[in-house]
Each structure stands twice: as structure tokens, then as C-alpha cells.
Design a protein around this ligand. Structure first.
Ligand code: XMP
Length: 561
């Protein structure tokens, strides 16, 4: 199965699993060790009442978020909602069709979750995926029973009804990804098989009108034509138009921000990460100088990071940015500290203090801009979303808005990460900002093993800059989840020219990952590793040995501390 363990083990729960920004609340959370409140529902309303939507009813499959992403990739808005959501909540979304997701239950079990009656009564098209297909079968009068052979993994789908609009553009045979134990024994009245695999005579079923069921998962990449099938359902069968584009989103979002904010003042913590950058730019386009961004230099940023960020936002975009040089404050408090958790706590606490001090200077402020994303806010039943919800409360909202009596402004709460990047591009942000690799809130402090000193930070910064340059030159930057240098506390003997050296050992870490929950070490080409090592040792005084970290996560973590 494409199964990844999404549950962080308890001993790594202090780590922030999805952030790539120095979020205010991340700091607060770490600082206070407290769980955050749920985000305000103030801007929960869908921005456009006329927008067409496909509704995914969530029966708990781990792939459910993927279904919503795939639908949106066809430029149609999609929401994932709990399977028992009442019609009153669905109607305002302007639904054009339903997708019933997969899930871990069996429809013949007592208390098995089923689709609400409106799914079949409104006359809108319905696509059931795996469990969703069995729910359709059971609810419309067919019969589902435990299969004698469970089917997991690849299978070859053969299409028997080539004229069906669901199959437009598909070859007669195509690989699909199966993951099911139950099977259909009797069709509901009016249904027939449209395609089969070796083990599933009813791999696709339909009622000849607008209700379909798929035994396989079209949303996963292993189903080669999955995207086409979803696109066919959404466009050919539901009749949706391609209206979900980031250009449209910008216009709607700007109008919404103006309405929500009125003449109010907004502050935003800028980090240079993609989420906070996009939030700031969007709010700025809507209300200009009502927004003040605060950029805190905490002394554990990478080389030129502060200058680069200020250049884009202050000089190029003309935003009001308050730059706070708090390097001495942070490094003073980190003096003598070697425990990583202590480092996190100190950086978190100090950030909040600095941020509050600066915010007070601005005078009365009404809103805090924040880069909350869609996976953080959905209320759903699947393991993925439950985990997301936990991460959300962990990293995105802390007590700051309450302490400062600020309302939250979260213009990205309808978007997936990849949509945020597209939005950033559409807003004209530089490529390097839009595609920036994640950078942890506590920054270089947790990559500088042992005590954090100015001297060690300088060495680490220079080594990291060399690595980044080589990774970018080799065109690897976007293919890697993260790539960075760790300055270990180990010193070893070396020889340079005629001199004996006794200097730091640096470790290079480069990983591939989908979501930071699991990661694999990147198989970087040997000659690239050789160039990185050569250059670091030759160009960075203080380092005389470079090693490459070849452990995956688990059992290791991505960061060393
Ligand atoms: P680990 O090291 O737990 O990291 O495998 C997973 C992802 O989270 C980032 N990370 C952090 N981000 N504050 C953050 O904002 C933190 O304390 C923190 N610790 C780890 C890490 O860079 C990786 O992307």
C-alpha cells in the first residue's frame, strides 16, 4: 500500500510537522508548551456563492485529501466534508456533484457510515470510490459481502463500455491501484459493470445515468489515468467549468479581505517562507498600508536571509515592513544552552516578546494575518485530517491573538500548499521565495549542535550557503524537501598544506519527502557530494571534515535536534 505512517511518535511530538515558516504561533506554542485554540470562524464563508463545487464526503480513507486536490487540479473548487454533513451546510457551496470517498469500514457492519439521503435525492452526479462504491450499492438496493480474495496494489483495468463519458480519452486497458477486501455481490437495480480487472468483475459500475462507482483509487499516482477519470467526472458528467484558478482567487480574496478588514489595521509576522510571504502580499494588495509586516532577525537565520526578504517586500513591493534587529537579545538568552528543547523554548518566548513590543509601537491593531492552510482547517474523519487537525492546533494558532485581542485574518485557509505556491507566482513573488524549502522556526539554533555561539553560527552559515549554491547549480533544489548543513560538536584532526588542523565536522543532510512525516535520504550524485565537501573544507574556515547523513525518517528525524 502507499501507506505512510502519519502519526508522529510521542517523542517527536514537539516538532512541527508541516510548517515551513517562522510562524508567530509556532513560537508561541513552543514557548508556552500549550495547545492552541481553533482558528476563528469569522472568514469561514465561501468567498464566492456562485462558485461551482464538488463535494467529497469523507468516510475516513487516508487518501481523501488527495481526492480534493485532484479535483482542484481540474480547476474546479472542491471541499472535503464529514460524510454526515447536513444539506444546509452543503447547499451554500453550490454543489455540482458528490464524491463518496473510500474508508476503513464495511458497509454490512452495524453502524457503518452511509451517505445522507440528499446525495441520491438531489439528482446530482455521484462518484463512489472503493468504500463509497459499496455504500452506493448497499443504499440503492444491491448487496456487498466480504471478498474471498482481498485485492491490494496494482491491477489492470479493462474497459467494456468505451463510450461511457467517464472513460473519455482512456485506452482499453490501463493500470489502477486497488485496496479493498469487500466485493459487490448484487448490483442495485439499473446498474451494470462498465469495466473489470482480473479479480474484480465489477471494477467500475454505473446506472446508465449519473451515478458511478470505482473499486480502485483514481486519486493516487499509481492509477495512471486517475486524473483523467476525475476530470471526466467533474467536467463531462457534473458539467463544471474551469473556474477555480489562482487569478480568480486573488480577485475574490482581495474583495473579501477589504470587506472583512474595513478600515482596521493588520500585522503580519514575515519570515520569508512561502506562506507568510503570500499572505502578506495578498493582504497588501487588498488594503495597502493598513498592513504592517514585522520581520524579526533572531540571529539564527541563514546567510543573507534578512536582506533578501527585506529587499523583496520593502524595496520591490513597497510594503511597510518593520525590521527588528533582535540578534543580541536572542543570542544573549541562548548563551550556555545546549539542550535543543530549551533552545526552542527560549526562541519561542523571545519571539513573542519582541513581536508584542513592536506591535505595541504601531498603536491599535485589529487583525493578525496568518498562513493557515486548508489541510489545517478541515473537520474530517480520516486519519490524515485528524493528524492535520492536531498539527494545526499545535503550530498555527497560539494564544497571541487572544492576548493581544486580535482577530485572525487567514486568506489561505481554502488552499492547499501547491495552490499557495501557484498563488505566490501569480502575485509576482520571486521563484526562490515561492519554492523555498521548509526552514524551521528555531532556525540554525537546532542545526548548531551544542551551545549556539556567534562564531559557530558564522561557520554554519557559510557552509550552508555553499551547499545551497551547489544544490541549486545541480538543479536539485526543488526536487529535495530540504537540504542543509549541520554543524556538529565533534572536532577532528585534519591536515591542510603543511599544517595540522583540529576543527569542526560538518554534516550534510538532504532528504526527499512528501510531508515531512517520513523522509528518505537523497541519493545525491557522488560528484555533487565531492564538490560540496571540497568547497566547504576549502572555503569555510573552521570546518575540516564533511560527512553525509544516510539515515531515513524514521528512525531518524530530518533535523538533528
Ligand atoms: P523533524 O526533524 O521532526 O522535522 O523530522 C520535520 C519538519 O519540521 C521542521 N521542524 C521544525 N519547524 N519548528 C519549526 O517550525 C521546530 O521546532 C521544528 N523542528 C523541526 C523540520 O525542518 C522539518 O521540515
Amino acid at each position: 500500500m502507499v501507506n505512510q505512517n502519519l502519526n508522529p511518535s510521542p517523542d517527536e511530538s514537539h516538532r512541527i510537522a508541516t510548517t515551513d515558516d517562522i510562524e508567530v504561533s509556532t513560537y508561541l506554542e513552543i514557548a508556552k508548551g500549550q495547545s492552541g485554540a481553533q482558528p476563528s470562524a469569522a472568514d469561514k464563508a465561501i468567498p464566492s456563492a456562485r462558485r461551482e463545487a464538488i463535494i467529497v464526503l469523507d468516510f475516513g480513507s487516508q487518501y481523501n485529501l488527495l481526492i480534493a486536490r485532484r479535483v482542484r487540479e481540474t480547476q474546479v473548487y472542491c471541499e472535503l466534508v464529514p460524510h454526515d454533513t447536513p444539506w444546509e451546510k452543503i447547499a451554500p457551496l453550490n454543489p455540482k456533484g458528490f464524491i463518496l470517498s473510500g474508508g476503513p469500514s464495511s458497509v454490512y457492519d452495524k453502524n457503518a457510515p452511509l451517505a445522507p439521503a440528499y446525495v441520491y435525492e438531489k439528482g446530482l452526479p455521484v462518484l463512489g470510490i472503493c468504500y463509497g462504491m459499496q455504500a452506493i450499492t448497499q443504499q440503492l438496493g444491491g448487496k456487498v459481502s466480504p471478498g474471498t480474495r482481498k485485492e491490494y496494489g496494482h491491477a489492470m483495468l479493462h474497459i467494456s463500455e468505451q463510450d461511457c463519458p467517464l472513460f473519455q480519452g482512456l485506452p482499453e486497458a490501463t493500470p489502477v491501484w486497488m485496496s479493498h477486501g469487500d466485493r459487490i455481490e448484487e448490483f442495485p437495480p439499473g446498474f451494470s459493470a462498465l469495466a473489470y480487472t482480473e479479480n474484480s468483475p465489477y471494477a467500475v459500475i454505473g446506472n446508465g445515468k449519473n451515478i458511478f462507482g470505482l473499486q480502485f483509487h483514481p486519486e493516487v499516482v499509481h492509477t495512471a489515468e486517475g486524473k483523467t477519470i476525475i476530470k471526466n467526472f467533474v467536467h463531462n458528467i457534473c458539467g463544471c467549468h474551469s473556474s477555480w484558478t489562482m487569478a480568480n482567487y486573488i480577485n475574490e480574496s482581495i474583495a473579501n479581505i477589504k470587506k472583512q478588514v474595513g478600515g482596521g489595521k493588520i500585522i503580519n509576522a514575515l519570515s520569508g517562507g512561502v506562506d507568510s510571504s503570500v499572505v502578506a502580499t495578498l493582504i497588501y494588495k487588498a488594503v495597502g498600508d493598513q498592513l504592517t509586516c514585522i520581520f524579526v532577525n533572531n540571529g539564527v537565520l541563514r546567510k543573507d536571509e534578512a536582506e533578501r526578504t527585506l529587499k523583496v517586500f520593502k524595496n520591490n513591493l513597497g510594503m511597510k515592513v518593520v525590521y527588528v534587529d533582535a540578534v543580541d537579545r536572542f543570542l544573549g538568552r541562548l548563551k550556555g544552552i545546549t539542550d535543543p528543547e530549551q533552545k526552542r523554548k527560549i526562541i519561542g518566548e523571545e519571539f513573542i516578546r519582541v513581536f508584542e513590543d513592536e506591535a505595541k509601537k504601531i498603536g491599535k491593531v485589529d487583525f493578525l494575518g496568518q498562513g493557515t492552510l486548508y489541510p489545517d482547517v478541515i473537520e474530517s474523519v480520516s486519519s490524515v485530517s485528524t493528524v492535520s487537525a492536531k498539527i494545526k492546533s499545535h503550530h498555527n494558532v497560539g494564544g497571541l491573538p487572544e492576548r493581544m485581542t486580535l482577530k485572525l485574518l487567514e486568506p489561505l485557509r481554502f488552499l492547499f500548499k501547491d495552490e499557495v505556491r501557484l498563488l505566490g507566482k501569480e502575485l509576482g513573488l520571486p521563484e526562490e521565495m515561492v519554492w523555498r524549502q521548509p526552514f524551521p522556526g528555531p532556525g540554525l539554533a537546532i542545526r548548531c549542535i551544542g551551545e549556539v555561539t556567534r562564531e559557530k553560527l558564522e561557520i554554519l552559515r557559510n557552509a550552508d550557503a555553499v551547499l545551497m549554491e551547489e544544490i541549486k547549480k545541480a538543479d536539485m533544489y526543488r526536487r529535495l524537501w530540504q537540504s542543509f548543513v549541520v554543524l556538529t560538536d565533534v572536532r577532528s584532526v585534519g591536515v591542510m598544506g603543511d599544517f595540522r588542523t583540529y576543527s569542526h565536522m560538518a554534516a550534510v543532510r538532504a532528504v526527499t519527502s512528501e510531508d515531512a512525516m517520513t523522509a528518505d535520504w537523497a541519493r545525491l550524485p557522488y560528484d555533487l557530494l565531492a564538490r560540496i565537501s571540497n568547497r566547504i573544507v576549502n572555503e569555510v574556515p573552521g570546518i575540516n571534515r564533511v560527512v553525509y547523513d544516510i539515515t531515513s525518517k524514521p528512525p531518524s528525524t530530518i533535523e538533528w535536534e
